[in-house]
Design a binder for this molecule. Sequence first.
Ligand code: HEC
Length: 139
Amino acid sequence: MIKSAISFAALAMSFAGAVMASEAALERGASIYAEACASCHGADLSGEPDWQQRGADGRLPAPPHDETGHTWHHPDPILMAIIVHGTAAVVGGGYESNMPGFGEKYSDEELWDVLSWIKSQWPEDIRARQAEITQQAAP
Ligand code: HEC
C-alpha cells in the first residue's frame, strides 16, 4: 500500500514534469526530432503517405505523430520503449519493423524531450486524453 502510494507519487511527479517540460527541454526535443525522426515521420509530424498500408517490404510505413495518427493512443511507457528499443523489440515474436531504436544514440532524457516536444504539438484535448491513457496504464 505504502509502496504503491509512493510509486503513484513518483508517477504523478513525472506527469507534472511532462506537462511542465521546460522551454530548453522542448527545444532540445525539437532539434533531435528534426535530426533523427523527421526523415520518416515528417518535419510536420504527418507521417508517410498511405501509412496504414504495408509497403512492398511487408512493413508498415511511419505513422503520423500528430492527432491523425495513433501515437497518442499509447501510454508513455510504451512510447518510450518503442523509441528507445524499436518496434520489433517491443512487439516481439519475430515482428519486423522499420522503426529503429534510438537508445544507443541518445540518452533516455533526450528521447523523453523528443516525446515531450511531440506532445507539445498536440491540441489540448488530445494531450489530455493521452495523459489519461498513460494514467490508466499505470500499475
Ligand atoms: C527509418 C524511419 C524511421 C525513423 C528515422 C524514425 N521512425 Fe518512428 N516509426 C517508423 C515506422 C516505420 C514506424 C511504424 C512501425 C511499425 O508499426 O511496425 C514507427 C513508429 C513509431 C512510433 C509508434 C507510433 C504508433 O502510433 O504506434 C513512435 C512513438 C515513433 N516511431 C517515434 C519515433 C521517434 C521519436 C523517432 C526519432 C527519435 C523516430 N520514430 C524515428 C519509422 C521511423
